[in-house]
Design a protein around this ligand. Structure first.
Ligand code: 6PG
Length: 252
């Protein structure tokens, strides 16, 4: 498993530029090697930071038609709900680039609107299993779990990543690929999330953290490897990169 690498940038703007460059480089690499690129998004501020991808030079150089887009976690609510990670990514990023609709794998629309978190998780796992059959997602020989090319993650002030929260049992799930939570400390309470072994089976994981509220958890992870914080468990098969701004790195 890959060692954690950390790079501190002066401001959010440089984090955003570096994320775009990293994503574009991996997009070109995987499309050249296998004709497609699987990208996993999270919610939160990350989507804002991806704005550089919808500007030159990336907007015209990325082969968007070869992208397949997933969510590492999603809030269980209607697609139109302001809480929806799908809506956030659609409005801020995906609607601005020519990725075919069929390559955008959102939470099941009806079950999400009905608020059935457990069912949504099972359906998302089925969706991934079908894509394994269709050879869009390989199963890693090393981990036995699905292998995504790049996952873009954020961390909450409490050290959570995806919807794996401290002192909640979802972090220990090893059988399922996708699980659910109905009492998330970060609203809204109902969510689905990739499980830790699936998150760590990605080839490249990029964790982007900006702003002061996360600084204490960043220090707990970097200085003390405090495994009570879910983000401390992040790994990857090839590269586990953390991009921070000065504010997030201020307690290091
Ligand atoms: O759905 C979610 O809430 C996210 O996927 C979550 O895991 C997020 O990435 C972190 O909470 C960081 O969020 P911020 O960038 O908004 O601080």
């Amino acid at each position: 498993m890959a060692q954690r690498k950390m790079i501190v940038f002066p401001t959010k703007n440089e984090v955003s530029e570096a994320m775009a460059a990293y994503t574009a480089k991996l997009s070109a690499k995987f499309i050249k090697e296998k004709g497609l690129f699987t990208v996993v998004l999270s919610g939160g501020d990350l989507i804002d930071w991806l704005c550089k991808l919808v500007q030159p030079p990336y907007i015209d150089s990325i082969e968007w038609s070869k992208w397949h887009v997933f969510w590492v976690d999603e809030r269980v609510c209607a697609w139109e709900d302001p809480d929806s990670n799908y809506k956030l990514a659609m409005d801020g990023f995906l609607s601005k680039v020519p990725i075919p609709d069929k390559n955008i794998y959102a939470i099941d629309k009806h079950s999400a609107a009905d608020g059935n978190a457990e069912h949504c998780a099972a359906l998302y796992e089925d969706c991934l299993k079908n894509l394994v059959k269709e050879k869009i997602i390989p199963i890693s020989k090393k981990t036995g779990y699905p292998e995504f090319d790049l996952q873009l993650l954020g961390m909450g002030p409490d050290g959570h990543m995806a919807s794996l929260f401290p002192n909640h049992p979802q972090i220990n799930e090893k059988q399922k690929w996708v699980t659910h939570i109905t009492d998330s400390p970060k609203p809204p309470p109902k969510r689905i999330t990739f499980t830790l072994p699936v998150i760590n089976s990605a080839l490249y994981n990029l964790m982007a953290i900006c702003d002061k509220p996360q600084a204490k958890s960043v220090a707990e992870i970097m200085k003390h490897n405090n495994f009570s914080l879910p983000s401390a468990h992040l790994s990857a098969q090839v590269e586990n990169v953390w991009y921070l701004d000065q504010a997030a790195a201020s307690e290091l």
